[in-house]
Ligand binder design. Sequence first.
Ligand code: XMP
Length: 524
Amino acid sequence: MTEYTRERLLIIDFGSQVTQLIARRLRELRVYCEIHPYQNVTDTFLASFKPQAVIFSGGPNTVTNPSHPRPPKEIYEINVPILGICYGQQVMIQDLGGKIDGGKISGGGGTAEFGRALLQQRGDLDLLAGWFDEGPEQVWMSHGDHVAELAPGFDVFAASKNAPFAVVANTNRKFFAIQFHPEVYHTPKGKELFTNFIRISGFSQTWSMDNFHTKALDHIREQVGKKKVICGLSGGVDSSVAAVLIHKAIGDQLTCIFVDHGLLRANEARDVVEMFRDHYNIPLIHTDESELFLSTLENQSDPETKRKIIGRLFVDVFQRYASEIPDAAFLAQGTLYPDIIESISHSGGPSETIKSHHNVGGLPKEMGLRLLEPLRELFKDEVRELGRELGLPKPFIARHPFPGPGLAIRVPGKITRTKIEILRAADAIFIDQITKYDLYDKIWQAFVVILPVRTVGVMGDGRTYDFACSLRAVTSVDGMTADYFPFTHEFLSETSTRIINEVQGINRVTYDITSKPPSTIEWE
Ligand code: XMP
């Protein structure tokens, strides 16, 4: 058995929006971990998973509700270190005999706390090694409920103004329960806490993308057997990495299907075909379905309807080609972890659906294909690292993300073919400008949105009545949060002039200066 499978940490998800950040912190520390929703963690599951340590995530529920989410009670008997975070603290303390009070918003001695808080040391604890060297430490709190009475065997090691039991532990059993969130950036020493926890749990910290790569190849071979796989390529880094990885695992059992839905960026179809057919020799079906997509989308204006139509048509097209490939049993997709967390609420409601990413949510049963999603645990930057491991050409790895629904979700309001053409032309100029100014790699994603308004302008001696557009360019680490990119005035005015002069149909250019949150990166 490889290092990768032997040492694993189990994260039990109770529905926090930031559970995936725990996984990310652990991978940064070279520890292999998996997140599983609490409902799936049964004693049978535990026996086969054999975690070396366990983390309970936060969550929006209250343990004061009799039907609150719980881990299986065997978890406390398997003799491994456990770290409970926020809701995870409360559930652990209550399960082991302590008492939790429901949240109060004001007052002293154990009330709700949201945002930054200062943690004071109350005792020496290995989990907090490296903390408090310069006095109280900043942590991020987000809780209503709180511990009111400790479970037997637990002591207090740190407290904040409103959380007297902010860090408690039963050191003999290596059970740690903390009220704050060490996984978020606003807890500056969070990484040290995780480092300490994995040291206490005896991890050798040898996991790497190379392990992931090897394991993923084995896993794909095991899952697929002698069956055939079809993979939807979008031209983006995710599906490209997924396809190359799968091809490496099973060779010509994979056929890629690149659906040109008429909503691609300039030259995208050509680049994708060249890379897959010419560079990798991967069997590729390139089908021009623009008529099907554009005629169905024509005049649609609701964002979710657009996404759903595109998702459905994709499935139809795949199904059509899949039926021509004997033994096709799997549909491969480059789904990433953030796609999943934003699209579904996998523990029954807590993390809300923000957008229906077309590539998440399963396939119609009658399609008869199973999903193969080898990247579903990874974040974008980790996928790029894997892409480098696999030797993908730099332009593909460095490419800005491009959403499956393509330009359709950059046309707020009614979709028309004319708007798509105008948008594509303006987008190409914006990207050209960014490349010319050597900014492409400094920006997470940049694109143009065509606005559903026409405005009056004057060009030459004539009046124009054309569309306005907005430029969007953001920096981000993983697409979950983002800031707008601070272009210079020179860049903005040159880009605006070029778009207006070179693209017929646009007479006004604006720049979107909102971050995510409160906005999302795409406009729809
Ligand atoms: P938002 O707009 O949600 O986008 O802030 C976050 C990142 O996800 C991309 N995105 C998608 N990618 N299918 C995809 O493959 C989709 O349906 C989809 N919607 C958004 C978006 O471009 C950004 O990089």
